[in-house]
Ligand binder design. Structure first.
Ligand code: SF4
Length: 486
């Protein structure tokens, strides 16, 4: 879409709105004058009492014009951040209104374009708003649909209660194992597979050193661990003795209290064995994730997974038998070769297995995903909407509650990913990390530590890939030793 601005230069904000409303479009800034098709003219004019944003959207021979205004005195605020925010909001709203006139429909999250829709109502409530007031902001300012408001408010209540219970000195810990047996067709993570997995022994040695350094620094700073999450990749790509060493080292280095929430992703059923599950249980694991994504053999094959639905059921039964703790199962709506009926069948099979948590993702094809290069037929946005509508009703009916959610760019239909739990089984780590409730110390390749405090978020990134991580381990150790120093 061609973009023409006058009276402002809010490229990023306008592009975000464009991507939400017209996901197939990319921004163009031509030299020529406006007047063609598929273009947006967006102007901002300041005058005495009111300042006005005017959006003229031309699509398929028609022009859609909308205006929004803001009091000029509000733009005279001394804080430039406030001025920028108001200007942006007015411009985005004018564009949004013109766009929905053109599209004839509104996206489920309305004008909310960020990845953390729950942050807004949670913050409002922490600042003293009632749930009703927090929800009204989602409705009136951001035009969020009733069902998405319900989802967001349920998650905000969970996030608010958790924030109230967190102690000042508590942090969470993430440990990354970026290795998988093979690569899924939709994957965009920095995960190695195949011959690159020869790096695992060297990687593990470095990781154990980083755990020691970070543990020592955390203890010296008086930090205690509220939740641990070993993610990836697929951590159960490690052999059972390797997993044992890893979990033991985490327990010792951070002096974990018995019963500390401790998740290990065991995502791919083809990596799950009794020995590994026992290593997790004996190492203090309290929750694992077994991720079918789909229970359709045809869809599993299409996304490049070598296991079948029967293997998922076997892995689940084994996890129950070994009493490894709570189980989460991840599903994806919108996978290639899937249908609305197919997705409904998957969900019903998973609900029948009765895991404590079910996380429903919407397919997001980011850069690096093989599927982006392939000519595959994906379910339409409308079909994905039907899958999700069904899921939200069915999960509530089966006794699950939404407790955390986030959005990603490039998701089918601009939807969301939602974690559901049976009462009393929400995952503290997921909420703390997603809502940035407290510091999350991240170890391993690709780990990004986020320090939360004083209303700010400070980031510290480890090298992205295992090879770089191993090469730069001295720098990583030094960072961790000094991390909690003032
Ligand atoms: S299991 Fe997850 S991290 Fe591994 S290849 Fe598949 S999508 Fe990527």
């Amino acid at each position: 879409m061609k973009l023409f601005f006058s009276g402002h230069d809010e490229k990023y904000a306008v592009e975000q709105t464009m991507l939400t409303l017209f996901p197939a479009e990319r921004p163009l800034y031509p030299e020529e004058a406006p007047g063609g098709d598929n273009e947006l003219e967006l102007s901002f004019t300041r005058s005495g009492t009111w300042s006005t944003a005017t959006a003229k959207l031309r699509r398929e021979g028609k022009t859609f014009t909308r205006q929004c205004r803001v009091k000029t005195e509000e733009l005279n605020h001394e804080d430039p951040v406030v001025v920028t925010r108001l200007t942006r909001r007015t411009l985005q709203r004018a564009f949004y209104l013109a766009a929905i006139d053109c599209l004839g429909t509104e996206p489920p999250w309305g004008m909310l374009s960020g990845v953390r829709p729950v942050k807004l109502p949670t913050k409002a409530m922490l600042d003293g708003a009632t749930p009703r007031q927090a929800e009204a902001e989602l409705r009136d300012r951001y035009r969020v649909s009733p069902d998405r408001r319900r989802l967001a408010m349920d998650c905000a209540q969970a996030s608010y209660s958790l924030k109230k219970s967190l102690q000042e000195n508590e942090i969470s810990l993430y440990v990354g194992i970026p290795f998988c047996p093979t690569r899924c067709a939709y994957c965009s993570f920095i995960s190695s597979s195949g011959s690159a997995n020869k790096l695992i022994p060297a990687y593990l040695e470095c990781l154990l050193q980083e755990i020691d350094a970070a543990g020592e620094a955390a203890l010296a700073a008086g930090k205690t661990i509220r939740s641990v999450y070993i993610g990836g990749g697929t951590p159960t790509t490690l052999e059972a003795p390797q997993l044992r060493r890893l979990l033991e080292r985490i327990n010792t280095a951070f002096r974990l209290q018995p019963g500390t929430e401790f998740t290990v992703e065991a995502g791919r059923p083809d990596t799950i064995t009794r020995e590994k599950l026992e290593a997790i249980r004996e190492g203090g694991g309290t929750r694992i994730s077994v991720n079918p994504q789909t229970m359709s053999d045809l869809v599993l094959e299409t996304i490049g997974r070598s296991h079948r639905a029967g293997d998922i059921r076997q892995a689940y039964d084994l996890a129950k038998e070994t009493q490894v703790g709570e189980i989460n199962m991840d599903l994806i709506a919108g996978l290639p070769a899937d249908t609305v009926e197919g997705f409904q069948d998957t969900l019903n099979q998973v609900i029948a297995m009765d895991p404590e948590n079910i996380t429903v993702h919407t397919l997001a094809l980011k850069k690096g995903a093989r599927l982006r290069q392939e000519e595959v037929v994906l379910p339409t946005g409308e079909e994905v909407a039907q899958m999700l509508d069904y899921a939200w009703d069915r999960l509530r009916e089966a006794g699950y509650l939404p407790y955390y959610l986030y959005r990603q760019k490039f998701t089918s239909g601009s939807f969301e990913n939602v974690g559901w739990c049976k009462p009393g089984t929400l995952n503290v780590y997921n909420i703390c990390m997603m809502e940035e409730l407290h510091t999350v110390l991240s170890l391993g390749a690709g780990g990004v530590t986020k320090t939360i405090g004083g209303g700010t978020v400070r980031r510290m990134a480890n090298p992205k890939y295992p090879q770089e991580y191993i090469r730069d381990i001295d720098r990583v150790l030094q960072d961790k030793k000094t991390f909690f120093l003032p």
